[in-house]
Design a protein around this ligand. Structure first.
Ligand code: PYC
Length: 402
């Protein structure tokens, strides 16, 4: 009977001395890349992670999926990811619990509404469903929210993005790992890349804590450690790493079936199918690799949540955690081959928005490796944009201000 089977989700294989591609980072990006490489027929691939699968940013985000960005490049890119997420449970044969319950970016100021209007127009032009709604419409969608004028920052409007929602992030990682493994990809948890060999402007090998691997292609698909992995080839990235914290409450009877974001209050709130509220905030205002939780974060984020939902004042907090976010100057990722080093491919700089992009990043990075050509959708995000003065400014569409 299927429910009594104890098949392992992925295989433990021996680490070989040569792979065609080595992917550093076994989170959603690395595993999605591996899965799509296998679809191209490239299976002599090793996915390495210094910890357990999905134990970095993939397991620490608040699992919000959306494509309501501000730039045409960003909207097109994230929209492809939403569409891949829509098909994922069927394609990978594993329920990833994608709940497209709708996403509301709330504004409490007139200038904030102007920003939402720009996003709504760009979204519509790119075929993405987003529109600005007023406080009464917000209340109709979310009866528990306080739209009264007695709040410090009364709610005025929101960008309503019906396709947005939440997903079970662990399930996404496991689904990609299982399918990639079945297709012949080798996955190595607790295998750290400690050095990368190069010769004549090309990648030649990866040194790990378990031995050296010869390879001509290395993908840096790490989040939180993208600068340290890039440093292994002497590449300095325009990235600063900050902690990002979140917490969950005890389970409550379902009452919230939309994702609520307020940049003014620095808070986002959703309710999982288990009833817990998942609540997060802006990045911590200092650069650090620490993943310790702090009381000031919990106090201020809980207080701001109560400004939106005063009825939650007696709800208890279950647990709190932190992840590491690699912030770029324009709040867009860096993807593609590094021009000075053949075979070194970046899928980094994912700030606070990496999980939602896993499928499209994986699909398109795999296409780049398989065809040798940079897919059009990735071109705006190349590392050369910083020297060519063509940033892709998405700060206004980050979930919260930073
Ligand atoms: O970009 O949707 C987002 C997000 C939510 C939490 C952190 N970033």
């Amino acid at each position: 009977m299927w429910w009594m089977r104890h098949d392992r989700m992925w295989t433990t294989r021996d680490l070989k001395g040569q792979y065609d591609v080595v992917i550093v980072g076994a989170g959603v990006h690395g595993l999605a890349t591996a899965y799509y490489l296998a679809k191209h027929g490239i299976t002599n691939v090793a996915v390495l992670d210094k910890g357990y699968l999905g134990g970095g940013a993939s397991g620490r985000n608040t699992a919000i999926i959306r494509s309501n960005y501000r730039t045409p490049e960003g909207v097109t890119f994230y929209d492809e990811s939403v569409k891949l997420y829509e098909r994922m449970s069927v394609e990978l044969g594993y329920n990833v619990f994608f709940s497209q319950q709708g996403h509301l970016s709330i504004s409490h100021t007139e200038s904030g509404i102007s920003g939402l209007r720009v996003r709504a127009e760009v979204n519509k032009l790119m075929g993405v469903d987003s529109r600005v709604i007023d406080a009464d419409e917000i209340k109709a969608l979310v009866p528990s929210i306080d739209i009264s004028k007695r709040q410090r920052y009364p709610i005025l409007a929101a960008l309503y993005h019906p396709p947005g929602g939440i997903i079970r992030h662990d399930a996404v990682v496991w689904a990609y790992a299982r399918e990639a493994d079945r297709m012949g990809i080798s996955i190595f948890p607790f295998t750290e890349a400690v050095g990368i060999g190069t010769s004549n402007g090309r990648v030649t090998s990866v040194q790990t804590n378990r031995g050296t691997i010869q390879t001509g292609t290395v993908v840096n698909a790490t989040a939180g450690w993208c600068s340290t992995v890039s440093k292994l080839v002497g590449l300095k990235l325009p990235v600063i790493t900050h902690p990002l914290q979140a917490f969950v409450t005890e389970p409550l009877t379902p009452f919230l079936d939309h994702v609520i974001v307020s940049a003014t209050l620095h808070v986002y709130v959703s309710q999982t199918d288990r009833g817990e509220l998942v609540i997060g905030s802006e990045i911590d205002p200092y650069s650090s690799y620490s993943t310790r939780s702090t009381l000031p974060f919990l106090e201020s984020t809980a207080a701001h949540t109560l400004e939106l939902f005063p009825s939650l004042r007696h709800v208890r907090v279950l647990r709190q955690w932190a992840g590491s976010c690699d912030m770029t100057p324009d709040y867009s990722p860096i993807m593609g081959e590094v021009p000075q080093l053949k075979g070194f491919i970046l899928d980094v700089g994912w700030g606070t928005y990496g999980f939602k992009a896993g499928p499209v990043a994986g699909k398109r990075i795999a296409e780049l490796i398989a065809t040798g050509k940079t897919p059009k959708i990735l071109e705006p995000f190349s590392i050369t944009r910083f020297s060519e003065d063509r940033l892709v400014g998405e700060k206004a569409a980050a979930a919260v201000s930073h």
